[in-house]
Design a protein around this ligand. Structure first.
Ligand code: NAD
Ligand code: ZN
Length: 380
């Protein structure tokens, strides 16, 4: 990851490049950068017929600015609407996307734009990566979670009835344009859920970013655009740096980004992906990992408390929701696709900003911690 040019201040747009064996992604984060979409895309892709994948709701909020920018640069966008929600990550959506691409007469070099959250980036990216064996893709993430996480790194996926993200591919977008102004319309609960992923990456990998989030926390929960722009820029850069070292998630480096996700995913699955947002489940997973590390003696109590306190300041849950049993979480943990040979690999922190893969987490310790985190204190 290289810094493309000197920056005037942290709230100014950040621009950097992610280089992987899979390709080169330009990443631009800033307040109002959507207006540059056409010109930035035209620098990488020949303007012409293209598709814009979005939902009706997101298009109503932010679509006209994107279409205007694309048209001004010589693109002729065909709009393709998908419904909002996790169930859109389906084979049925792929089929309808391919049919729309055909109708729009897209060719090998045509661009696919995705305007939306992680759901649309995942399914749209997959359709783009497979249609005609892969079209150049521009992601315009509109949720905090997608701007700091889902849009960066080239992972695309759809779900099967048997589980989440079971089918997918790596397809690096040529351009990722994160306009933090789009976050102004995002419900505050979704903003907080996205902040859980920021806490995750900072707690796992970057002590200074963690301290910065602590400092900006009150502004971030208020949706302060300057604070959000700074934090999204830093978190996106950090994620890109990790992906650059381990694009295909093979060496164990990218796996550190699963901090909080082992328990988080199991909790989501045990609730049938309803009621709890992904970021909220991750917050609970981070709290669990902190308690585990503390019990093992591998994480100082003060570092555990600091992580849990920051999650609470950000209005995120740190205890299990009502009526969730430790046993049901353990059952789902064993089904996780990342479980290898019965052992559940766990990401733990040794201190704030320093994560590692651990294999000494026993079922017994996990049940004890989950019981301690039982359904108290989380109002809904
Ligand atoms: N590919 C990856 O590396 C990766 C990483 C993390 C998560 N993901 C995936 O991302 C998905 C979750 O993404 P998400 O949290 O962005 O959820 P999402 O895409 O479902 O978006 C959440 C909600 O916010 C709405 N929305 C989006 N932008 C908005 C805006 N600017 N204003 C108002 N409303 C807006 C959406 O319509 C939706 O209802 C999951 O499917 C997860 O598996 C992928
Ligand atoms: Zn996540």
């Amino acid at each position: 990851v290289t810094r493309a040019r000197a920056q005037g201040g942290p709230w100014r747009p950040t621009r950097f490049t992610l280089r992987t064996p899979g390709g080169l992604s330009q990443i631009l984060v800033g307040d109002g950068v959507l207006a540059q979409a056409g010109a930035r895309a035209a620098a990488r892709i020949k303007p012409g017929p293209c598709a814009v994948i979005t939902s009706r709701k997101i298009f109503r909020l932010h679509g006209s600015r994107l279409v205007r920018a694309l048209s001004a640069a010589g693109f002729s966008p065909s709009l393709v609407f998908l419904p909002d929600g996790e169930s859109t990550k389906s084979i049925a959506s792929l089929r309808s996307l391919y049919l729309r691409f055909l109708r729009a007469r897209l060719e090998r070099r045509s661009a696919i734009f995705v305007l939306g959250g992680g759901v649309l980036c995942d399914v749209g990216g997959f359709a783009a990566g497979t249609f005609l064996r892969g079209l150049p893709t521009v992601l315009v993430p509109t949720t905090l979670l997608a701007q700091v996480d889902a849009a960066i790194g080239g992972k695309t996926a759809i779900n099967l009835p048997q589980g989440k993200n079971l089918v997918g591919m790596f397809h690096q977008p040529v351009l990722i344009l994160s306009d933090t102004a789009t976050l102004a319309t995002l419900p505050s609960r979704e903003v907080r859920a996205g902040l859980a992923e920021v806490v995750k990456i900072a707690a796992a990998l970057d002590r200074r970013l963690f301290a910065r989030v602590e400092r900006l926390a009150p502004r971030l929960v208020r949706g302060d655009r300057r604070a959000l722009t700074e934090i999204v820029g830093r978190a996106a850069r950090l994620k890109a740096a990790i992906v650059a070292r381990d694009e295909r998630d093979l060496s164990g480096v990218r796996a550190l980004l699963n901090y909080g996700h082992t328990v988080g995913h199991a909790l989501e699955a045990s609730r049938g992906y309803r009621g709890v947002l992904h970021g909220e489940a991750v917050a609970i997973g981070i709290a669990a990992a902190c308690r585990i590390g503390e019990a093992l003696g591998t994480l100082p109590a003060a570092d555990a408390q600091r992580q849990i306190a920051l999650l609470e300041t950000l209005g995120l849950p740190v205890r299990l929701p009502p009526r969730v049993r430790a046993r049901s979480i353990l059952t789902h943990l064993r089904r996780d696709k990342k479980a290898q040979g019965g052992r559940i690999p766990f990401v733990l922190t040794a201190s704030v900003g320093s994560a590692n893969l651990a294999n000494q987490v026993t079922d017994r310790l996990l049940s004890r911690v989950l019981d301690e985190m039982g359904a108290v204190g989380l109002g809904g």
